[in-house]
Design a protein around this ligand. Structure first.
Ligand code: HXC
Length: 510
């Protein structure tokens, strides 16, 4: 018996070493943690239960039969994050460069299937040279098996990808179909074709970092949701994100003890809106003053800064926030902002996360660049996402809500449940200046008359009361009491039931 126990321990030791000491040192020398160290950091101490530690590949070409490291380049299993179940796979770059073989894919699929059956998130830690070259089409088949599961799991369990090394070629499409991608600056990259191929085909000279590094994907392409300095910070932030997320689409949002009074009054909000309607202010301040403990987890903070998306808690429960940001492009909706917010709204709706919308939007951004690139279709994504969402929707208009953008931003007409406005709200078809120029074209030569017309228009329309008279705004509230009003509204909506008509699926303007 003792011998067998020793053999088990010896086999485990060998498996834990992955590709061996030298390669582990090389991994560390690059500032990267190993696959196992990453899992240790991600999960609660001692909670990791590993599967398939002794799985080996079955390839025989290129002398592969003589090299069968236990685990086959990926560590898989389950554990907890702050006591809540998650499944995890972590590719081991020290074993064949973390490349994906048939058996490596089977290990990933096993935990994805379990996660789907048991209703808990999957965290995928990607650090891989792509398809295992020695295995050819078997490896491609393995990727497709993973892709298929990514799609079936979408909207059922949260899927989070941490990119902590290379992720290239078709391999990028697995993370691309997950809900959130977090990247590490300088040591991770994602691209469909690498710098060499790009140079050959297009003559563009570009480094891997420029082509597909964390900064590129969080600022330009919006492929990734956040970028961090190193492995440790990335994993700590992943834990923070998981704390906000439901385990599945049927679990309901997580709630946790809270120590922040839901009725907390914030007198400073009464002066948040500047006297001049064209002066910007930081919408983030409002979000933080509404949120429990001021805690906001921003998604895509570095992309389309004219709209803010992220998670907060109210009375300990997760709420998704979408907010126009007047500090950037005056808070206009453009293509990037519409895409960013639409995807976020759909994530919230899929996982039954209530949505708080804070509105200060002068309209859609004008210009040929916007029209030629399809603002009609992209703007429609956000409209579509809000209109189909059945989760509790609470909206607060702080200042401008003009034109189509008023309709889009979770208005009453798109089944907003509770629609509040601050007294500073201006809800109209357009701003006073533009309206007067169209209505009183004949008086164009008379600036004084136009100024009077503008003042008249502002008096009549630049307020929340026209909308409130029609019931499109449920109540005009004091800025200082926003947290209390919003928290009570969501509490009132806790048992909301609303269903869309049966359909196979909708046809959102992709
Ligand atoms: C098998 C691989 C491998 C792969 C790396 N290795 N990639 N083994 N299949 N795809 C092995 C290397 O042989 C080496 O083994 C070890 O991993 C580390 O690789 P190095 O090249 O020494 O590391 P580094 O210099 O850091 O370069 C990393 C790399 C490079 C940029 C990822 O290895 C590389 O370009 N690999 C090939 C990438 C690729 O073309 N993959 C297929 C893409 S197509 P030793 O024994 O020396 O430690 C694809 C399609 C997916 O992925 C399709 C899905 C639909």
């Amino acid at each position: 018996m003792n011998d067998i126990l020793h053999e088990l321990e010896a086999r485990r030791q060998a498996a834990r070493l992955g590709g061996g000491e030298a390669r582990i040192q090389a991994q560390h020398a690059r500032g990267k943690l190993t696959a196992r160290e990453r899992i240790e950091l991600l999960l609660d101490e001692g909670s990791f239960e590993e599967f398939d530690m002794f799985v080996t590949h079955r390839a025989t070409e290129f002398g592969m039969e003589r090299d069968r490291p236990a685990g086959d380049g990926v560590v898989t299993g389950w554990g907890t994050v702050n006591g809540r179940l998650v499944y995890v796979f972590s590719q081991d770059f020290t074993v064949f460069g973390g490349s994906l073989s048939e058996t490596h894919a089977q290990k990933i699929c096993k935990i994805m299937d379990m996660a789907l059956r048991n209703g808990a998130p999957v965290v995928g830690i990607n650090d891989s040279g792509g398809a295992r070259i020695q295995e050819g089409v078997s490896s491609l088949a393995g990727y497709a098996e993973v892709f298929q599961r990514n799609v079936l799991a979408s909207g059922v369990i949260p899927q989070i990808s941490l990119i902590m090394g290379p992720c290239a070629g078709g391999a990028v499409y697995s993370p691309a179909m997950t809900d959130f991608i977090l990247m590490v600056k300088d040591t991770s990259y994602m691209f469909v074709t690498g710098p060499e191929v790009v140079r050959t085909v297009t003559n563009e000279v570009v480094t891997a970092e420029e082509l597909g590094g964390a900064v590129t994907h969080t600022r330009r392409s919006s492929v990734a949701d956040a970028a961090f300095e190193n492995d440790v910070e990335t994993i700590i932030e992943a834990r923070r994100l998981i704390d906000f997320l439901p385990l599945s689409n049927r679990s309901g949002v997580p709630t946790r003890p809270f120590f922040d009074d839901p009725a907390r009054v914030e007198p400073s909000l009464d002066t948040l809106i500047p006297d001049n309607a064209n002066t910007p202010y930081d919408m983030r301040e409002l979000i933080q003053k509404v949120a429990d403990e001021g805690d906001l987890y921003e998604i895509q903070a570095d992309f389309a800064k004219n709209i803010l998306t992220g998670f907060i808690r109210l009375e300990g429960s997760t709420v998704g926030v979408v907010a126009n940001q007047p500090l950037h492009l005056a808070g206009c909706l453009d293509i990037d902002a519409s895409r960013k917010a639409a995807r976020f709204v759909r994530f919230c709706d899929a996982f039954e996360i209530p949505i708080l919308t804070l509105v200060d939007v002068p309209g859609f951004l004008p210009g040929t660049a916007q029209e030629y690139n399809g603002i009609i279709k992209h703007g429609a994504k956000l409209l579509f996402a809000y209109a189909e969402a059945t989760v509790p929707k609470v909206t607060v208009i702080t200042r401008k809500a003009y034109g189509g953008a008023y309709d889009v931003m979770a208005s009453k007409h798109l089944r907003g449940d509770v629609n509040y406005a601050w007294p500073t709200a201006e809800i109209a078809v357009m701003g006073a200046k533009g309206a007067v120029e169209i209505l009183y074209r004949a008086e164009r030569g008379d600036p004084e008359a136009l100024a009077q017309r503008t003042r008249d228009y502002e008096d009549r329309f630049a307020n929340p009361f026209v909308a409130a008279e029609r019931g499109f705004i449920d109540e005009v509230i004091q800025p200082r009491s926003t947290r209390r009003r919003v928290a009570r509204a969501f509490a009132m909506l806790r048992n909301k039931k609303l269903e869309n008509p049966w359909k196979k699926h909708d046809n959102i303007p992709l």
